[in-house]
Design a protein around this ligand. Structure first.
Ligand code: GDP
Ligand code: MG
Length: 443
C-alpha cells in the first residue's frame, strides 16, 4: 500500500536473502541500493546519509553480535535504522477532545470521519463538530460523513466557528470522543494561526492533530514545525500514503521534528485509517510480517550457503544426493555451484543439464529404502545391504550399484569443482575430458 517504498524495500530484502554470500562488497551494494530507494521516497538527503553511515559503521566496522550472521546483522541494522528515522515508537491518541488542523485539502474532514469510525468501532460514543465555515460546502461534507458512519454531528447555524466551538463543547459533554474539524487555508498565515489559537482556547483539546498529505514529502518538516510553533500540536496524521511515492519523506520529516505520527491515511474509504506503529510499519515495508520472521529467513539463507560450501568441500552424502534430486528442478544448490565457477555461467551444454527423470525417480525410491546411516555413510553399503535395499525398493541390484557408482562419481566431481573455484575454465575443460566430455547423469 505504501506506493513504491514498500515494494522497493522488500525487493532489497529479498535480494539480501538471495545472495549466496554476504560480505563487505554485498553490504556496500545493498547500502547503495537502500540509499537510492530512500532518496526516491523523498527522504531528506542528510537523513539518508546519516542512516547509511550508521548501518555501514555497525555492520562493517563493529563486531557482528554473537549468534548473528553478517546477513542477519545487516537486515536487523537496516530495520533498526529505518525505525529510527520513521518514528521510533508507537504512541496512542489520548483524551476525548481531538482537534484536527491543517491546510486545504490535506484530508482533515476525511480524517474526522475515519477517526469517528475508528472510535465508534471501539464502542465509544462519538460526535463530529464542524468548525469550518470558511469553505461553504464544508458543513454539508461533514454532515454526510457523520450520517454515513452514523454518529452525532454538530453544525452551527450562525456559521461562526468560535460560537460552534463554545456551544458544542457544552452540548456534547456526555460524548466519549469529540472530533473538531477546523478550516484550512492555502498556507499557515496569520489569519489561520489566530483562528486556530482562539479555537484552542475555547475547546481546550486533549489532542491537536496536524493532518499532512504524504505527497508533500520532506516539506512536511517545515509544515510540522510551523504548526507546532504557531498553534501547538500533539501529533500528526499523514494522509494519502496510498497515492504517492514520497511517503518515506513525509514520515521521516515529521519524525525529525519530534512530532509523533499517530495515524496514517491509506485510501479514500472510511476504513482506510491505520494506527501508526513505526516498528510494525517498517516490518511491513520490509515485507516479512515481523523482524523475527525476517531474521529466520536470513538464517535459512545462511544454512543454504553452508550446504553449498559443504558440497563443494566434497562432503556429500547420499542424503544430500537425494535432496539434490528433489531440488534440481527448483534450482537447488547444485545449479548454484555451477554459477560459482567463474566464467561458466550458462556455458554448460543444455543436454548436460537436462535430467534423466525416470532414473532420478527410481534413485529416489532406492535411497528411501536405505537407513539413515547408509545415506550418511554410503561406504558401509556392502553386498548384503545392496540385496536388502533392492528388495525393499522393488529394484534390481544392478540399479542400486549403478546409483552408488554415480553417487561416487558425482562426489568426486564436486570435490574437483570445489577446488576449481577461482581458477580458470581450461581446468574445467580438462576435468570434463576426464569424464569423457560429459558430467555424470546430466549435472
Ligand atoms: P480537508 O480540506 O483537509 O478537509 O481535506 P478533505 O478531507 O476534504 O480531503 C481532500 C481530498 O483528499 C478528498 O478528495 C479526499 O477523498 C482525499 N483524501 C483524504 N485522505 C486520503 C487518503 O488517505 N488517501 C487518498 N487517496 N485520498 C485521501
Ligand atoms: Mg475539510
Amino acid at each position: 500500500m505504501i506506493k513504491g517504498l514498500g515494494e522497493k524495500l522488500s525487493g532489497l530484502v529479498r535480494s539480501i536473502l538471495g545472495k549466496s554470500i554476504v560480505d563487505k562488497k554485498a553490504v556496500e551494494e545493498s547500502l547503495k541500493e537502500l540509499k537510492k530507494i530512500l532518496i526516491a521516497s523523498d527522504v531528506d538527503l542528510t537523513l539518508v546519509n546519516e542512516l547509511i553511515k550508521n548501518v555501514e559503521k555497525k555492520v562493517l566496522k563493529e563486531k557482528t553480535p554473537a549468534g548473528l550472521t553478517l546477513r542477519e546483522h545487516l537486515i536487523k541494522t537496516i530495520y533498526d535504522e529505518l525505525v529510527k528515522i520513521l518514528g521510533k515508537e508507537f504512541e496512542e491518541v489520548k483524551g476525548r477532545k481531538i482537534m484536527l488542523v491543517g491546510l486545504f485539502g490535506s484530508g482533515k474532514t476525511t480524517c474526522a470521519g475515519k477517526l469517528g469510525y475508528y472510535f465508534k468501532k471501539k464502542g465509544k460514543k462519538v460526535a463530529l463538530v464542524c468548525l469550518d465555515y470558511h469553505r461553504p460546502a464544508a458543513p454539508e461534507q461533514l454532515k454526510q460523513i457523520a450520517e454515513k458512519i452514523q454518529v452525532k454531528y454538530f453544525i452551527d447555524e450562525s456559521k461562526n466557528p468560535f460560537e460552534a466551538a463554545k456551544v458544542s463543547v457544552g452540548k456534547l459533554s456526555n460524548y466519549d470522543v469529540i472530533i473538531f474539524d477546523t478550516a484550512g487555508r492555502n498556507a499557515l498565515d496569520k489569519e489561520l494561526a489566530d483562528e486556530l489559537k482562539k479555537l484552542g482556547k475555547i475547546i481546550k483539546p486533549d489532542e491537536v492533530l496536524l493532518v499532512i498529505p504524504a505527497d508533500i514529502g520532506k516539506v512536511a518538516k517545515k509544515q510540522a514545525e510551523e504548526f507546532n510553533k504557531l498553534v501547538g500540536i500533539t501529533g500528526v496524521i499523514v494522509t494519502k500514503l496510498d497515492g504517492t511515492a514520497k511517503g518515506g519523506g513525509a514520515l521521516s520529516a515529521c519524525s525529525v521534528t519530534g512530532a509523533k505520527v499517530k495515524f496514517i491515511g491509506v485510501g479514500e474509504k472510511i476504513e482506510d485509517l491505520e494506527i501508526y506503529d513505526p516498528k510494525r510499519f517498517v516490518s511491513r515495508l520490509l515485507g516479512f510480517g515481523d523482524l523475527q520472521t525476517l531474521l529466520e529467513k536470513a538464517k535459512e539463507a545462511d544454512i543454504k550457503k553452508e550446504k553449498v560450501e559443504k558440497i563443494v568441500r566434497g562432503e556429500f552424502s547420499l542424503q544430500d544426493f537425494m535432496e539434490q534430486i528433489e531440488s534440481l528442478s527448483k534450482m537447488g544448490p547444485l545449479t548454484k555451484i555451477i554459477s560459482l565457477i567463474p566464467g561458466l555461467g550458462g556455458a554448460l551444454p543444455k543436454d548436460l543439464i537436462e535430467m534423466q527423470e525416470e532414473k532420478m525417480k527410481k534413485w529416489k525410491v532406492i535411497i528411501q529404502s536405505m537407513t539413515l546411516e547408509e545415506r550418511e555413510n554410503p561406504e558401509i553399503i556392502n553386498a548384503s545391504r545392496i540385496r536388502r535395499i533392492a528388495r525393499g525398493s522393488g529394484t534390481k541390484e544392478e540399479e542400486v550399484r549403478e546409483l552408488l557408482a554415480q553417487y561416487k562419481k558425482m562426489k568426486k566431481l564436486l570435490k574437483m569443482v570445489g577446488g576449481l573455484r577461482g581458477k580458470d575454465l581450461s581446468a574445467l575443460n580438462k576435468l570434463l575430458k576426464r569424464f569423457g566430455g560429459r558430467l555424470p547423469f546430466g549435472f
